[in-house]
Design a protein around this ligand. Structure first.
Ligand code: SIN
Length: 279
């Protein structure tokens, strides 16, 4: 079948604001330009897209990510031997803190934070282990025009050090002398492809709003973090073995639910490089 003969993907929105289930595509096979363009369109429209029953290899996972940009190497957890761009996501009975247990946009502490992430889970607990996604556009659009204008004049600091050092300490990793990314980004960013505005602060990496009194920074961040935690801006993804979630870090945040200890949940993430946020 030539690329032009391939059927179009089916896109089923899952909520009003965020998330769509994609059908009619086999990610274990090479993708054509039309399919890649359709996936990109669906991602931009829905902020996170989901797939069922896609038992991809690490090389197929990397190839999928490379269709959307160059790949990112995690600043705290580079991948296994020979696969620096693979981030292993794994929890079992020895885990003391899972990855992604607070609302966040991946590695937002980078000067150029990742554009997107593709997570493939092959092993799931008997129940639970869902991932929640919350729309940065919906949060922005929920605010009053005056408050939006106020936020548009602000930047905030995103620091990797507190979260990565805590994670390393819990894993028994000595990170003495290591330096972690830190960056200041606009509190509201304009998506470079859709042109829509979204709130870009998160509970995992954002330490403070720049150049305002501490009490004001804490109050603003608390309000914004609570908006991301509001269920009406979210989609909740229930994993099955070999499901995939592909999210746009410029337009949404996510949170992994750790309600399955001591069971195993395991898979791999490929992260796509992004660019410097702007208002
Ligand atoms: C992550 O933040 O990439 C982990 C998400 C998950 O494990 O569901």
């Amino acid at each position: 079948m030539s690329e032009t003969d391939q059927p179009s993907i089916a896109v089923q929105p899952l909520t009003r604001h965020i998330g769509a289930l994609i059908d009619g595509i086999d990610l274990t096979r090479p993708l054509g330009a039309t399919q890649v363009a359709e996936l990109r369109r669906a991602l931009l429209a829905h902020q996170v897209i989901f797939f069922r029953n896609q038992p991809i290899s690490l090389d197929q996972h990397l190839a999928l990510g490379r269709h959307f940009g160059s790949l990112h190497v995690h600043p705290n957890s580079p991948g296994p031997e020979g696969y620096p761009e693979i981030l292993q996501i794994h929890a079992d009975e020895n885990t003391r803190r899972i990855a992604g247990d607070r609302w966040h946009s991946d590695v937002s502490c980078d000067v150029e934070p990742p554009m997107g992430s593709i997570l493939h889970l092959h092993t799931l607990p008997s129940h639970g282990g869902d991932t929640l996604f919350s729309s940065a556009y919906a949060v922005y659009e929920s605010l009053s025009p005056g408050f939006r204008r106020y936020l548009e004049g602000l930047s905030a600091t995103h620091d990797g050090e507190p979260t990565y050092r805590q994670r390393n300490r819990l894993r028994g990793i000595d990170d003495t002398g290591r330096r972690f990314p830190k960056a200041s980004h606009p509190v509201v960013r304009t998506h470079p492809e859709t042109g829509r505005k979204g709130v870009f602060v998160n509970a995992n990496f954002t330490t403070h709003i720049d150049n305002v009194p501490a009490a004001e920074s804490e109050g603003i961040l608390r309000l914004l973090f609570e908006r991301f935690a509001a269920p009406e801006y979210q989609v909740r993804w229930r994993w099955e073995p070999h499901s995939i979630a592909f999210w746009d870090n410029r337009a949404c945040q996510h949170l992994a639910v750790w309600d399955y200890y001591p069971e195993v949940r395991s898979g791999y993430r490929v992260t796509i490089s992004g660019d410097k946020p702007y208002l």
